[in-house]
Design a protein around this ligand. Structure first.
Ligand code: DUC
Ligand code: ZN
Ligand code: ZN
Length: 468
């Protein structure tokens, strides 16, 4: 058998092991791991490099409808281009059900947006906003079986938030059909109360976005979601956990023997509430407005500690980009009147892995194998893509990122290749950078340039099994 490609001389790491070996690839799959592989049609010299599974980002928002007059900065083309340059080979964005619409029709709509436009492979989580009897009884069960075994639900936001009764209903469907509910845990009423009060006091700058949703608002909702999951007897995933209060709830639940999964994101490691002050409380603080908001240094330490203790299964970007200097983005006419109207979300699909590698592995906070688990393997396991994706092993897709662990880079917007006009991580210096990204054996990004083409990325039907 002549191999199509051999990656030679590198150090291969999985979620459990680190080995010096060559990787042999044929027909888009890994077919051989050996000390020395010779005679392949093509070779990539990875001497001195790390050969890691391509990143899987299981929490990104692309081309998602975001309310009147607001436009997301990335469509599937620019968002997946940015993913590829950041060492990722799979993303799982969301297909949102607008209220009053069918879930199936919403999924079809997102397929139309994505098809033929992606640089990396992709699946879809559903977002359920309107759990009608038809959704709960027919559409959701059918979609779970058809390759969409995960969905997000919100406990806040007009137009998105579900009532407690509705949460219990969708958790029941998740239990019956083996789906995983991802929960945005922040309390609707507490936030509404705080926003109204801050506005009455004239506190309308972007900074007050963070003040309006303190850690206890996240803690309360996290506890409530966990209690609902306990009542139904179903595992759930608490997404974008931002600080100590929510972490404590997750640890409490685990001590009770409940299966509660959790995700965190780069903004909770390297940004703080002070970033939302911008320059003297001006609009530039809007560049950091996301929910839950970045908190303080003590909370950052709590998130690091939780990462080290295994509280989090996944580390995702929550890439949700809105342009800054744009009427349809962070500084539109309404957004300038109050933080209430600033679209929530920040970009990060390209910066996620370098930040975790540098702050985690290079600084000795987590091992290389923990990095692989948090950035790829666990995403594949949680969301039904394993063993096709998420590891370097014989039989898996040859989705690989070749990293230079010593390369020093200052993160700047021009390196992100996304559709946004800023990065909240501008100026952060990292050690360790993805040099080459391969999707099913094809080089799609190399030395800062995209060499793949849109359409290289394929839709992934996912499975309900969750071996974690
Ligand atoms: N929740 C997300 O998951 N992403 C961006 C905004 C939000 O509230
Ligand atoms: Zn959310
Ligand atoms: Zn999100």
């Amino acid at each position: 058998m002549t191999l199509d490609l051999a990656i030679r001389g590198g150090t291969v790491a999985t979620a459990s092991d680190t080995t010096r070996c060559d990787v042999g690839i044929k027909d888009g799959r890994i077919v051989q791991l050996a000390d020395t592989i010779e005679g392949a049609a093509r070779e990539i010299d990875a001497t001195g490099m790390l050969v890691l599974p391509g990143g899987i980002d299981s929490h990104v928002h692309l081309d998602q409808s975001s309310g009147p007059g607001i436009k997301m900065a990335d469509d599937f083309e620019s968002g997946t281009r940015s993913a590829a340059i950041g060492g990722n080979t799979t993303v799982i964005p969301f297909a949102v059900q607008p209220r009053g619409h069918s879930l199936t029709e919403s999924v079809a709509n997102y397929h139309t947006k994505a098809e033929g436009n992606c640089f990396v492979d992709y699946g879809f989580h559903l977002i359920i906003t309107d759990p009608t009897p038809a959704v709960l009884g027919q559409e959701l069960p059918a979609l779970v079986l058809d390759g969409y075994p995960s969905f997000k639900v919100f406990m806040t936001y007009d137009g998105l938030a579900l009532t407690d009764r509705q949460l219990l209903e969708v958790f029941s469907v998740a239990k019956e059909h083996g789906a995983l509910a991802m929960v945005h845990a922040e309390g609707y009423d507490s936030i509404k109360f705080m926003v109204d009060r801050l506005e009455r006091e004239g506190k309308t700058a972007p900074y007050y976005h963070g003040v309006s949703r303190p850690g206890l608002v996240e803690r309360e909702a996290t506890h409530r979601a966990i209690s609902h999951a306990e009542l139904i007897g179903v595992p759930i995933m608490i997404v974008h956990v931002s600080g100590r209060e929510a972490v404590e709830q997750i640890q409490w639940a685990r001590q009770k023997g409940l299966t509660i999964y959790a995700e965190t994101c780069p903004q909770y490691l390297v940004l703080t509430a002070d970033d939302l002050k911008g320059l003297n409380m001006d609009m530039s603080g809007a560049k950091y407005v996301c929910s839950p908001p970045p908190r303080d240094a003590t909370n950052q330490s709590a998130i690091w500690q939780a990462l080290q203790q295994g509280v989090f299964q996944t580390f995702s970007s929550d890439h949700c980009p809105f342009r800054y200097d744009d009427d349809a983005g962070k500084t539109g006419p309404k957004a300038r009147t109050s933080f209430r109207w600033v679209p929530n979300g920040i970009p990060g699909v390209a910066a996620r892995l370098p930040i975790l590698f540098s702050e985690g592995v290079s600084k000795g906070r987590i091992s290389l194998n923990e990095f692989v688990a948090l950035s790829a393997t666990n995403h594949a396991k949680m969301y039904g893509l394993y063993p096709q994706k998420g590891s370097i092993m014989v039989g898996a897709d040859a989705d690989i990122a070749i990293w230079d662990p010593k390369k020093r880079v200052t993160i700047t917007q021009d390196l992100m290749l996304d559709g946004c006009d800023y990065t909240p991580y501008e100026g952060i210096e990292v050690v360790g950078w993805p040099i080459t990204t391969l999707l099913r054996g094809k080089v799609i990004a190399d030395k800062g340039a995209i060499v793949g083409k849109k359409g290289d990325g394929a839709f992934l039907k996912r499975d309900v099994t969750r071996p974690i």
